[in-house]
Design a protein around this ligand. Structure first.
Ligand SMILES: Nc1ncnc2c1ncn2[C@@H]1O[C@H](COP(=O)(O)OP(=O)(O)OP(=O)(O)O)[C@@H](O)[C@H]1O
Ligand SMILES: [Mg+2]
Length: 176
């Protein structure tokens, strides 16, 4: 991989600006690079992980989720669940076993949660979101996690998306 970005084969590679154990800063130059990064990122996850995606409208949270889903072999196109709060996708165990090392058997679900339209913790509770977070055999990806307030799990992974210009995004990754 070319660590300064640029071409590697036919795919351009996202740029890693900072890499320390609990934090990384990355820039991507287009949506495809964000998806490429997501496909690498998903390999670091374990079942029960909660991935919180912060960033303004259009920052790239759903685009990232699409890449993450592709990375674990989900064939469905991931749509923004804005009006549905939560959608789940079955992850094919055979594809995933080498990725999520803790999984021995059973089904794994990817939950894509978008809290943008929720107005209160009661909304979030009634949608059943909290029951999903951290549950064994799930990976949860949450857009607008700030809406969780006190319900935000302590153990989580945060990604902060910043729009630099039309096609450039800075992504800060922190593990708690
Ligand atoms: N480097 C990039 N990374 C991600 N998306 C990019 C990038 N450059 C351009 N884009 C475009 O920005 C848009 C990001 O939209 P996306 O739906 O992913 O945002 P979002 O953060 O989920 O917004 P919302 O809060 O409305 O759900 C897409 O149209 C995508 O093609
Ligand atoms: Mg979105």
């Amino acid at each position: 991989m070319d660590s300064r970005g640029g071409k590697s084969g036919r795919e351009t590679i996202y740029e890693v600006i900072v890499f320390i154990e609990y934090m990384q800063v990355i820039t991507t130059k287009n949506a495809k690079e964000t998806k490429t990064f997501a496909k690498e990122f998903v390999k670091t996850l374990k079942v029960g992980d909660v991935v919180c995606l912060f960033g303004e409208l259009g920052a790239g949270k759903t685009t990232f989720t699409q890449g993450l889903a592709e990375g674990v072999g989900i064939a469905h196109r991931i749509m923004s669940p804005t009006f549905i709060i939560m959608r789940s996708y079955k992850i094919d165990n055979e594809i995933v076993s080498p990725v999520f090392e803790l999984v021995r058997n059973g089904e794994i679900q990817l939950y894509h949660i978008d809290l943008y339209r929720t107005e209160s913790e009661a909304d979030i509770q009634s949608a059943g979101v909290v029951d999903i977070l951290g549950k064994p055999n799930t990976i949860a990806v949450v857009e607008w996690p700030e809406k969780l307030g006190d319900l935000l799990p302590q153990k989580r992974i945060e990604l902060h998306f910043e729009r630099i210009d039309d096609d450039t995004r800075k992504i800060i990754l922190k593990r708690f």
